[in-house]
Design a protein around this ligand. Structure first.
Ligand code: SF4
Length: 178
């Protein structure tokens, strides 16, 4: 499937931007995992898709090794002002919807698809971690940060903006295709 076709699907789903991901430039950084362990997002050690349950940085590196092709996608929202928390949460939820729909569409074309989103896995209302195994290992998704990616850096390496200026909020995810 050509990039143009992937962009068409992404646009139909609602993404603002869909570009090729240069998998050779991806770096997994211990500093990003370090940020996870400070638990600012309150998900560290609470979800199978987040550290430490998602695996060591080396294991995450092994997961993405061998992929030669991917795409990076964004959802952009408008904010009333910089304190518009509701607008931020709405855009985040919208991005998650787009992400899950794109994952389900791409999975049919790319059986080895690896999808890395923005934020932890929210397939279940409450994650079963750590009391029981993950309910949907095939559908579980981790965040780019959980895999040690600095999202600003990944955007820069792929020639796209991370931030589109005052009054906007943007969420970024990526799909490793084949
Ligand atoms: S699929 Fe459910 S149990 Fe598995 S990581 Fe996601 S939220 Fe947790």
């Amino acid at each position: 499937m050509e990039l143009k076709e992937l962009q068409q699907i992404g646009k139909e789903i609602g993404f603002f931007k869909i570009e090729a991901l240069d998998t050779a430039k991806i770096r997994l950084l211990p500093e990003v995992r370090q940020m996870c362990s400070t638990d600012k997002c309150h998900m560290y050690g609470r979800n199978w898709s987040c550290p430490p349950a998602c695996g060591t940085l080396e294991e995450c590196g092994a997961d993405i090794a061998g992929y030669t092709r991917g795409i990076i996608v964004q959802t952009k929202g408008e904010l009333e002002d910089e304190f518009d928390g509701e607008g931020m949460m709405e855009t985040e939820a919208l991005h998650k919807e787009h992400f899950v729909e794109m994952h389900d569409r791409l999975k049919k074309e790319f059986p080895k698809l690896l999808s890395l989103g923005a934020g932890c896995c929210t397939r279940c209302a409450k994650c079963s971690y750590p009391d029981a195994p993950c309910r949907f290992p095939e559908k579980r998704f981790s965040s780019m940060e959980a895999y040690g990616m600095l999202v600003t850096q990944v955007c820069q390496d792929n020639g796209i903006e991370y931030y589109y200026g005052p009054g906007t909020i943007t969420y970024t995810s990526c799909f490793f295709l084949e």
